[in-house]
Design a protein around this ligand. Structure first.
Ligand SMILES: Nc1ncnc2c1ncn2[C@@H]1O[C@H](COP(=O)(O)OP(=O)(O)OP(=O)(O)O)[C@@H](O)[C@H]1O
Length: 785
């Protein structure tokens, strides 16, 4: 029972997705603060002229006939009395100032992160000024306010006048050091600058003297660190034995080097100062500004799927399973010291601590027997559970609970995830929401037999990102050879999708376009690496942070870089039709793209070794397996068995490195996805989808110029295949010579130009114009003559 109560908790966590105030609310709040600060300012000013007259009115606030002399009447008189008289005196003027600054920050949409430190330092300053005025202006207690006066009085009772004075001096030093970064070096530097500017004025006279003297002066003018360099250079120079007066003369290039170093340093410093100034004036660069009113999808777009409480488990079922496990093991003379059950949404994990001396392998070998005695499919034995020292037996629940996407999106873990690309997959066996960062994965391979929950899994991934990311921060490249799975996302084309410049559809369903897109992504990757190099940063996160703090100039080609997520719904189909032409760019992206924010998610229903090749596997450490039909398939995906024992309907295994975690994938139905895309799609969008760089494919094969030198290396082999089979089709060449789709197409065009096959005839194979190998030899020999 206690468990039941505990499990029903998550439903209370479902409230609001984003707690941040919207843009409009910020403007309203900002203006309110500004107006309030002006009101305070005027009432404070007039308080000094009218406080004595108004004092008697303070108790008559509710009396409508009473009129105060304060510019803001009774409100002004009361609030000023509170701040100035009973509070901090003259120092209270800091409050309208602080309110005005806060209001401006909100109104202009600046980053409000630093505001709290302004307030803290402001209040510290107010207290100090109030006490200082109370100390120095004893005859005018109104200047320091009641707090300043009383605190002085209090302190003087204990440490006397001199003590208070010393405390004031000390606290002033603390404030200056902490607030203005005041330091002895800074003071020293200030005086040095003063000194050098004075010297500057005297420079014309020194230039008129002898060369040696002049250079000595130059040395003296340099900063201390430059001087050290000059000194070391000097040591390298062989001593001159002529011209006694010139022995300290330096070779011309020496000071030049130093000056260059100093100019680079100064330039860099100048850039930083400029950037700081820009940030101060305009705030950090906000990539979201163009779609500033964008509203993130709300939670109500997602269904509960009939799950209102937590998991419900049948107590009898639990007991029954426990007894069966204990009895089965007893039959094989395995004693159990302890057994514990953890109830998940679809499976229950029974954790067993066997009696001392029992061999783990013995229990593992009984997997089938335990499954038989429990009469259940999908039993998985984990012996031992890594890091726990127990043995786990996962038994499917008779009635599984759907994990709704709504519950995982609303979970605290997802809402508060400090990740770059958080993805809520579903719930683990202990009913915890499972959230991972795609940026850390950095690519994901998903496989599973048809109908086991792959498409739902992909939708869960995309939905998670749509709930967390602004259109400026992330772009999807969607490849859907099945043509129907991802069409719903067409509605968010101008918000979240990326496409090639001249293509009409953002969702790619045509295999030739996939090749172009992949190559275009490779170009984008190279471009981004170039930008990272120029910016002297190591990854996209650092780059974007630097760009936001205005340290990178857009005129030098710098821009804010959104994450790009490539989603391929059926990878097997691509590999079958385009082979290496797809595999190579995918492998290249998978190997190199992690640092520059391009991440791949690839799904397939055919987890065989010719689809998930070694090169693909090596670059996709994060993998998900839905239910598969054989142990071999499970090994192909996970390098471990277990996926063949899953129960389907979103039951999945996730691995990243060595650990395998069983998860019930969150369920998001097509109508829910439709509602989300509709919600986003109906909002103001960018003028077009995000443009990827243009890729010019090597499709010169379409021209029929019969240029022998330009022919493919496999031309002769392909001609032989065609002539022997007497069938002019590109797919035959593809199959027999293991070539990609594009290359086979080009060779067919070359064969046509050479007169070996006839022209294109729609769905029918081309006619072969050469009857046998002898005729082919003759034809090719004649060509070279
Ligand atoms: N996480 C889940 N929770 C509950 N039911 C699910 C879940 N995932 C999938 N299902 C059920 O399984 C059905 C098939 O899922 P899905 O369409 O995702 O399979 P698939 O592997 O993509 O199939 P295909 O390869 O044919 O596209 C769904 O219609 C749904 O009823």
């Amino acid at each position: 029972m206690a468990k039941k109560r505990r499990k029903s908790k998550p439903t209370t966590k479902k409230k609001s997705v984003s707690l941040k105030p919207s843009k409009q609310n910020k403007v309203i709040l900002g203006s309110l603060l500004i107006v309030l600060s002006i009101a305070l300012f005027f009432s404070f000013i007039s308080f000094y002229f009218s406080w004595q007259e108004d004092q008697s009115l303070l108790s008559e606030f509710s009396n409508r006939n009473a009129e105060a002399s304060n510019l803001l009447n009774k409100f002004g008189a009361t609030i000023s009395h509170f701040f100035m008289y009973q509070g901090f005196g003259l120092a209270s003027f800091a409050f309208p100032v602080l309110l005005a600054i806060s209001g401006l920050y909100l109104f202009l949409g600046f980053e409000t992160k630093n505001l709290w430190s302004k307030w803290i330092w402001g209040i510290v300053g107010v207290i100090w000024i109030s006490i200082a005025l109370g100390f120095f202006a004893i005859s005018q207690p109104i200047l320091g306010g009641l707090i300043g006066y009383e605190m002085n009085d209090f302190l003087q009772d204990y440490i006397g006048k001199i003590g208070v004075f010393l405390v004031l001096i000390f606290t002033l030093i603390v404030i200056l050091v902490r607030w203005f970064n005041f330091s002895p070096e800074a003071i020293g530097k200030y005086f040095k600058e003063k000194k050098s500017s004075i010297k500057e004025e005297f420079k014309p006279t020194t230039e008129q003297t002898a060369t040696g003297e002049m250079e000595l002066n130059l040395e003296a003018d340099l900063e201390p660190e430059l001087k050290i360099d000059t000194y070391t250079h000097k040591k390298d120079i062989p001593p001159l034995d002529t011209g006694a007066g010139l022995d300290v003369n330096l070779p011309e290039e020496e000071p030049k080097i130093d000056l260059e170093v100093s100019t680079v340093a100064v330039e860099k410093e100048e850039k930083d100062i400029k950037a700081d100034k820009l940030v101060k004036d305009f705030g950090e660069f906000d990539p979201k500004l163009e779609l500033g009113n964008y509203k993130f999808p709300v939670l109500d777009l997602l269904d509960q799927h009939g799950v209102t409480g937590g998991i419900t488990i049948n107590q009898e079922e639990l007991e029954e399973n426990k007894n069966k496990i204990v009895n089965t093991l007893k039959n094989y003379k395995i004693g159990i010291a302890q057994i514990k059950a953890t109830i998940g949404p679809t499976v229950t994990l029974y954790e067993i601590v066997p009696e001392a001396g029992v061999r783990i392998s013995k229990i593992k070998n009984l997997e089938d027997d335990i499954a038989l005695s429990l009469a259940a499919l999908g039993i998985r034995i984990i012996a031992p559970i890594p890091g726990k020292g127990t043995i786990g037996i996962e038994v499917p629940n008779k009635n599984s609970t759907i994990v709704s996407m709504r519950s995982v999106i609303a979970s605290k873990k997802f809402q508060e995830a400090e990740m770059q690309l958080p993805i809520a997959f579903g719930k683990t066996i202990s009913n915890e929401t499972f959230v991972v960062d795609l940026a850390k994965m950095p690519h994901l391979l998903m496989a599973g037999a048809t109908g086991q929950g792959k498409s739902v899994g992909l939708n869960a991934v995309i939905t998670s990102l749509l709930y967390k990311k602004h259109p400026a921060e992330i772009k999807f490249v969607l490849v859907d050879p099945k043509k129907v799975e991802l069409t719903l996302f067409n509605k968010i084309e101008r918000h979240f999708l990326a496409k090639l410049p001249d293509s009409e559809e953002a969702i790619i369903t045509d295999n030739t376009k996939v090749i172009n897109t992949l190559n275009s992504l490779c170009i984008e990757m190279d471009n981004r690496y170039e930008l990272l190099k120029l910016a002297m940063v190591r990854n996209i996160k650092e780059y974007n942070t630097k760009f936001k703090s205005r340290k990178l100039n857009p005129n030098d080609g710098h821009k804010f870089l959104p994450y790009i997520i490539l989603v391929v719904d059926e990878f097997a189909d691509l590999i079958m039709t385009a082979g290496k032409e797809v595999e190579t760019p995918i492998a290249r992206l998978a190997q190199l793209a992690r640092a520059i924010g391009i991440h791949l998610i690839i799904a397939t229903q055919r987890p065989s070794v010719n689809v998930i090749t070694g090169i693909i596997k090596a670059n996709f450490p994060a993998r998900i397996a839905f239910r598969v039909t054989s142990k071999i398939d499970s090994r192909t995906i996970l390098d471990a068995q277990g996926a063949d024992q899953l129960i389907g309907r979103g039951d999945m295994l996730y691995t990243q490195g060595n650990d395998v975690t069983r998860i019930q994938c969150a369920f998001v139905d097509t109508p829910e996805v439709a509602k989300i895309t509709e919600y986003i799609g109906s909002q103001r969008a960018y003028p077009s989808a995000h443009e990827l760089p243009e890729y010019v494919g090597e499709e010169s094969g379409t021209s029929l110029a019969n240029d022998i030198a330009d022919r493919d290396k496999m031309f002769r082999d392909a001609a032989e295949v065609i002539v022997i089979a007497q069938q002019g089709s590109a797919s035959l060449i593809q199959r027999k010579l293991k070539l990609g789709y594009n290359r086979a197409g080009r060779i067919i065009d070359q064969l046509e130009a050479a007169g070996i096959v006839g022209p294109f005839e729609g769905s029918k194979a081309r006619q072969v114009l050469v009857s046998d190998m002898y005729a082919l030899d003759q034809l090719l020999q004649n060509e070279t003559k």
